[in-house]
Design a protein around this ligand. Structure first.
Ligand SMILES: [Zn+2]
Length: 509
């Protein structure tokens, strides 16, 4: 049996940690008694974590399948794979061959359901990291020169298009029309205020007789489109993060987002059934100066997302809880459908029993189950679940500190006894009987002392686990649609909706 240390250095990152250093980290978590065992090192230099076709990794897995490996140690989880499904398969393989698995940076015990859950959630956040890493590298090499090209489309309100030449290519540039820009600033300022809905904004504009200067009329749909357009924002790193989080392909490098220029969103939203996402959309920084501060612009985006206005691709998508919602009455899944436009010009999604709509065998819940309400509730429940896990671990940590101190005192006492025993032996005149007893006693004391040291190590590794959970709770707060969906898939078995609309979450843990 051997202990395998595995290291991978990615192709996509130039200055990521070297394989040699990774192996050093792996060695640092070897237990004292493991240092005498056979240690095998597997290294893949310049390989991506996107798939598992790596020489070193395949060699290691061959030995694992032959039952020759007792433990695999890596520097970090993502060294094994950045794909959640690959990773889960590999964990399963380890389990089947009784291979312990340890990461030097993320401490967990894969044999407990709690540890398994942490690993899965960690992988959710790791997998999506890969997409953005690749995107950023592509930008750096191929697209840096793309800044400044107007990518076509209708002329946005507030600007006129004038021909220009960038990098010897004829294109168009946006020139501001001061009177219209003034109006746009006013629209953003009013809408950024609390309690101003799109409808209220429209009423205010009508009351103040602020019509579009081309003679047409404002509508909530037109205002919504205008407020969403990043052409007006002074795009900084927060704006970059906003689009990056939504899965938009970022064409211009983040370093260019200095808070000076406006940006253009282009491409098509993907329509997978009822679930359009932004992953086919691209964002490019243009050469004209932005006019709206990023905090005001982002505040407006948050309000728009809440309001679920027509034409908002975010609002049209299905719920991140899709597939998990069950009608208690008939046992069929409930899917999201769009309601009618309400008086504020908004469309709300709600969950509808498929036993009712397709099979006509059920009457469904008696009240409307609005997707947004249910999502908010479940979001809070998951946050609570995460902090609950964190808190139990925190308490454990506090009592751990007490126990560690206690153990240290016991070790001190044993060391004292060992010293006394040695003194007795030295002054005994080397009486053979006495020496035999003293030797036995000394061996016992040493064994006790080492056991106490082991217990301290164990407690210390548990406290590392606490830090990981804290980070997960933090990650949840900023999780985007895809991550919410993935975490819900892991944590929740199903959500039962009863006839009176009451909700019961069935957890996987
Ligand atoms: Zn039903």
């Amino acid at each position: 049996m051997a202990i395998a240390l595995y290291a991978r250095k990615s192709v996509e990152r130039e200055n990521s940690i070297s394989c040699e250093t990774q192996i050093e980290y792996c060695k640092s978590v070897l237990k004292p008694d493991e240092r005498n065992e056979k240690i095998l090192t597997f290294i893949d230099n310049g390989f991506s974590g996107g798939n598992i076709n790596r020489d070193g990794f395949q060699k290691m897995m061959k030995l694992v399948k032959q039952g020759k490996v007792s433990k695999v140690i890596v520097y970090k989880l993502d060294r094994i794979s950045r794909s959640l499904s690959d990773f889960v398969n590999i964990l399963q393989e380890f389990k089947e061959h009784n291979v312990e698995f340890l990461s030097s940076q993320e401490s967990f015990d894969t044999s407990s359901p709690y540890g398994e859950l942490i690993v899965k959630i960690l992988m959710v956040f790791a997998e999506f990291e890969r997409t953005s890493t690749i995107n950023r590298v592509t930008q750096a090499y191929a697209h840096r020169s793309e800044m400044g090209f107007y990518m076509g489309g209708r002329q946005p309100y507030g600007f006129e298009l004038v021909p220009t030449v960038i990098h010897n290519i004829k294109t168009k540039k946006l020139n501001p029309i001061p009177s219209e820009i003034e109006q746009i600033r006013y629209i953003f300022e009013v809408y950024a205020q609390e309690n101003v809905s799109l409808r209220r904004l429209l009423d205010i504009l009508i009351a103040e007789n602020k019509k579009p200067l081309n003679g047409s009329d404002w509508s909530t749909a037109k205002l919504s489109t205008l407020l969403r357009n990043p052409i007006y924002v002074k795009a900084d790193s927060d704006v970059y993060d906003y689009f990056d989080r939504h899965g938009v392909q970022m064409i211009t490098d983040v370093s260019m987002f200095t808070g000076k220029y406006g940006a253009q969103l282009y491409g098509r939203t993907k329509h997978k059934s009822d679930d359009p996402d932004w992953s086919d959309m691209k964002l490019v920084l243009l050469t004209h100066n932005g006019i709206i501060d990023s905090d005001i612009w982002l505040k407006c985006q948050r309000k728009l997302e809440k309001n679920k206005q027509i034409g908002n691709s975010v609002s049209n998508r299905t719920s991140w809880l899709s597939g998990k919602i069950i009608c208690e009455k008939c046992g069929h899944t409930m899917t999201t459908i769009k309601g009618k436009i309400n008086k504020d010009g908004e469309i709300r999604r709600y969950f509808n029993c498929t036993g009712k709509s397709y099979k006509k065998i059920c009457t469904g819940p008696k009240v409307s189950i609005y997707a947004e309400d249910l999502e908010n509730m479940v979001y809070d429940c998951i946050a609570e679940k995460m902090s609950e896990l964190t808190e139990t671990k925190h308490t454990a940590k506090k009592s751990d500190a007490v126990e560690i101190n206690d153990l240290k005192l016991k070790i001190k006492a044993i060391e004292k006894a060992e010293k006394q025993l040695l003194d007795t032996m030295l002054t005994s005149g080397f009486n053979e009987d006495l020496l035999t007893i003293a030797n036995q006693k000394a061996t016992q004391l040493k064994r006790d002392r080492l056991a106490l040291h082991d217990r301290i190590e164990e407690l210390k590794s548990q406290s590392t686990e606490t830090e990981v959970v804290v980070n997960l709770a933090k990650s949840w707060k900023t999780a985007d649609y895809n991550r919410k969906k993935a975490v819900a898939m892991i944590l929740i078995d199903k959500i039962m909706i009863s006839e009176d609309g009451s909700t019961k979450i069935v957890w996987n843990i």
